[in-house]
Design a protein around this ligand. Structure first.
Ligand SMILES: Nc1ncnc2c1ncn2[C@@H]1O[C@H](COP(=O)(O)OP(=O)(O)OP(=O)(O)O)[C@@H](O)[C@H]1O
Length: 508
């Protein structure tokens, strides 16, 4: 044993001697230079080039590192064997990532590249105003030299774009609203479950809207090329309970946009409105619900040159309409004008924020100022109708899990016969189905009874649209509106005057 320890000590002594000899013969500077030389020689002969993307660039966080991490997380979830899992703030989604020194192949435009995640311990903490993490993290990208110029720029742009997309998808949608004092914008997570799949409406119309939305969201180059502001306006109209709010939620969920619920009665003047709208973020839907209840005519005696429609609470409120303050512009200091609103939706100010969708809703399209309906103002007018047969099938699927072919053919036929005549809203039908959802047969029978009853009542009272197709009703309404709305170049003043006359007649 003693001999063993003795020989071990002499080996260690020899090693220590060799090391100090090496230090003298190869000082650190020489070793560093040799390593550099070897690297250069290696670089000449290797067919690859390498790019390091560190997590921290100096003292700033490197955006590209985060983007690469997110981008790789979308492909790594399937192939990786040991993954890191993260959940970001404001997100309900979990993302996967490469752990230390893991590698992953990726293909872009037919070129294969290799990503390696490198994690090392940070040596000594140098002084920094911002505390740095203990670990140094970074990605190394390996690309064949011949492919470098071919893909590098476009590949990195693609990664940034994809990462933004994933980030938006993972983040919760936000719903912004004004507080009671009109302070902008208080946000809460928006978790409305409505989607285009659950929305009960004519499938053709639904896919038209979905296509329109997708075209808008992917239309940056189109809007740039044509010199148009990147925004779009939708007017949703129809009776209460036909799904206007559900449609807005479905739009937000479909595009991954935030929603700003603009309550105009909380806004006092045009400049406040402008400031509020300027504070909305891009990729958002700005909603003004029940616009007919927010617009009324004021500040304007007949023949006066002031052509502004004012926005306030009083239009829908008969008391306010006949009470003091109407037409004097002193309704609680609210002096927003229609032109102020339109200035932001399609005037000069519309260019101050891109990728925004404006949605106005109303239960009474006939009460709207024709200036709002004029062509080019709201890009798409969507009529939310009473429940039609295709919509009913969607509701039956939503609430009773009935698939095509599950229901008895005879009952389906009966439902189809009465549904248009009954003029029931999807909201009313949903209520009926929810009530009996534990007993599907009972739910369908009760629904059929109610529909028959309503159809008969409508027929007796002579209100029913009869066998008319709902599309015909919509077309008729649109024709009527087209006749009512002023033609291009027609005086805005006249349209307001006409509406004022109508109002006066109604009040009399
Ligand atoms: N088209 C529809 N598809 C699916 N569900 C609907 C539809 N319309 C109404 N509903 C159901 O009825 C409820 C109320 O509908 P919603 O608030 O969207 O109607 P609305 O037209 O906006 O009504 P209002 O004009 O009174 O605001 C919704 O939560 C939803 O459950």
């Amino acid at each position: 044993m003693k001999e063993y320890w003795g020989s071990l000590a002499s080996i260690l002594g020899v090693l220590a001697f060799c090391q100090s000899l090496l230090q003298v013969l190869f000082p650190p500077e020489l070793r560093f230079a040799t390593l550099k030389l070897f690297n250069r020689i290696f670089n000449v002969f290797t067919s690859y080039c390498y790019f390091d993307i560190t997590e921290i660039d100096g003292v700033n966080t490197n955006e590209l590192y985060n983007a690469v991490q997110l981008y790789l997380s979308s492909s790594v979830s399937i192939s990786g064997s040991r993954l890191s899992l993260t959940r970001a703030l404001n997100s309900s989604a979990i993302t996967f990532g490469l752990t230390s020194n893991d590698t992953l192949f990726d293909t872009f435009n037919g070129v294969t590249v290799l990503w390696e995640h490198i994690v090392t311990q940070r040596q000594a903490q140098t002084f920094s105003w911002r505390p740095l993490p203990d670990e140094k993290r970074g990605f190394t990208l390996r690309i064949k030299k011949k492919d470098k110029s071919l893909i590098l720029d476009s590949y990195l742009d693609y990664i940034m774009e994809k990462a933004n997309e994933i980030r938006r998808k993972n983040e919760d949608r936000l719903l912004g609203s004004l507080d009671s004092r009109g302070h902008p914008w208080e946000s809460v997570p928006f978790k409305h479950p409505s989607t285009f799949e659950t929305l009960a409406m004519d499938p053709v119309k639904k896919s038209e809207i979905m296509e329109d939305l997708k075209d808008f969201a992917n239309g940056q180059s189109f809007y740039l090329k044509t010199g148009r502001a990147w925004k779009r306006g939708y007017l949703l109209y129809g009776p209460p309970g036909t799904g206007k709010s559900s449609m807005i939620a479905a739009m937000a969920n479909y595009l991954g946009y935030d929603i700003y619920d603009l309550e105009l009665t909380e806004v006092h003047n045009n400049s406040e409105l402008r400031k509020l709208l300027m504070k909305t973020s891009s990729k958002s839907i700005i909603v003004i619900e029940d616009i007919d209840c927010s617009i009324h005519l004021s500040n304007r005696k007949k023949g006066s040159t002031n052509n502004s429609s004012s926005i306030g609470r009083s239009y829908c409120d008969p008391e306010m309409r006949s009470g003091p303050g109407v037409g004097t512009g002193d309704e609680g200091g609210n002096s927003i004008t229609l032109s102020g609103l339109l200035n932001f939706t399609d005037g000069l100010w519309s260019c101050c924020g891109s990728e925004r969708i404006f949605v106005f809703t109303t239960n009474h399209i006939d009460k709207l100022d024709p200036a709002l309906l004029r062509s080019g103002r709201m890009d798409m007018h969507v009529f939310m109708s009473y429940c039609s047969f295709p919509s009913l099938k969607i509701l039956l699927k939503n609430y009773l899990s009935f698939e095509e072919g599950d229901l008895d053919g005879e009952i389906l036929k009966k439902l189809e016969e009465v549904i248009d005549k009954a003029e029931m809203t999807p909201a009313d039908i949903s209520e009926l189905l929810i009530k009996n959802r534990r007993n599907k047969d009972k739910a369908v029978i009760e629904l059929l009874e109610t529909l028959k009853e309503k159809a008969e009542r409508k027929l007796k009272s002579g209100e029913c649209v009869g066998d008319k197709n709902l599309n015909d009703v919509e077309e008729e309404e649109q024709e009527k509106r087209a006749l009512e709305s002023p033609k291009e170049g027609c005086n805005f003043e006249d349209s307001i005057e006409k509406q004022e006359d109508d109002e006066e007649k109604k009040i009399k």
